[in-house]
Design a protein around this ligand. Structure first.
Ligand code: ZN
Length: 271
């Protein structure tokens, strides 16, 4: 990240009930304890930054006014009352990892869906986080890798990983659904308009301890995570928390707008 002086944030990683590996907000992951005191220390950042390998998807052509390119899946999301987050905040970038084959499944499970849909209240919260970020550095943007994940897609993912080593990373869809299935969870990172994807120390969906906020202070001490990478994560978390989201201990990219019990009271699972 370039702007060195603007990214000095405190972190207070609030943890909602349960944690998540990828699709599971059911608490099956090991990240259920709270961060240590050292994780809340204010830190300064240095400089570095890398761009993610892969392409940045542009928005799919708008189909609100009768464009036949809208997919049945996207229409079903609209019918369920969800909103396109870029209709709320056009500065937010969207690069849905599961709408390409550049993901751990090596499968495009979203098809033509290129836009990120969320519950309206959650989209407003994301816009608030985006505004927070702009006050820190006018060239920083949120970039969303996944938002609502309909249960029909969760079944597709489950069918791919079932019986494989990756099974533990995907929540069984029969279990009532994770928070992505309710449209109240977001996977996202930071994007710099000049240099691209901001370096968080691991890619999105990296299955290793290096991606887990619970261990990052130790990894910095061991030299496996740079101070800049940690500060970048903290920059993202600071604005997400300010907007009302909660992070989890097992994935730097995942944030929940509500605890599961609240989400279930407020919303129906998105099928
Ligand atoms: Zn997630």
């Amino acid at each position: 990240m370039k702007a060195s002086s603007t990214l000095i944030f405190g972190i207070a990683l609030a943890i909602f009930a349960g944690t998540c590996i990828l699709a599971c907000e059911e608490g099956s992951s090991p990240g259920s304890s709270r961060l240590s005191e050292s994780d809340t220390t204010l830190l300064h950042n240095d400089s570095s930054g890398v761009e993610r390998v892969g392409t940045m998807s542009q928005s799919f052509p708008d189909s609100v006014h009768g464009n036949p390119l809208i997919s049945p899946l996207e229409q079903s999301l609209r019918d369920a009352g969800l909103v396109n987050v870029q209709d709320i905040d056009p500065t937010i970038r969207v690069d849905l990892a599961y709408s390409t084959e550049d993901n751990f499944l090596h499968t495009d499970v979203y098809g033509d869906l290129r836009r990120c849909y969320l519950q309206p209240e959650v989209a407003q919260m994301a816009a608030k986080a985006s505004a927070c970020l702009l006050t820190k550095d006018a060239k920083l943007r949120l970039i969303i890798f996944d938002g609502v994940r309909p249960r029909s897609v969760q079944y597709k993912m489950w069918d791919i990983v079932k019986g494989t080593d990756q099974q533990e990373y995907v929540a069984a869809p029969s279990g009532g659904g994770g928070l992505h299935n309710y449209g109240v969870a977001i996977d996202l990172g930071l994007y710099h308009v000049d240099t691209g994807l901001v370096d968080m120390g691991t890619p999105f969906d990296y299955f290793g301890e290096l991606a887990q906020p619970r261990f990052e202070t130790r990894f910095v001490k061991e030299g496996l995570l740079s101070q800049q990478q940690l500060d970048n994560r903290r920059a993202l978390r600071a604005c997400m928390l300010e907007a009302g989201f909660a992070g989890i201990l097992s994935e730097w990219w995942h944030f929940n707008a509500f605890p599961k019990e609240i989400a279930r009271q407020k919303y129906k699972i998105v099928e």
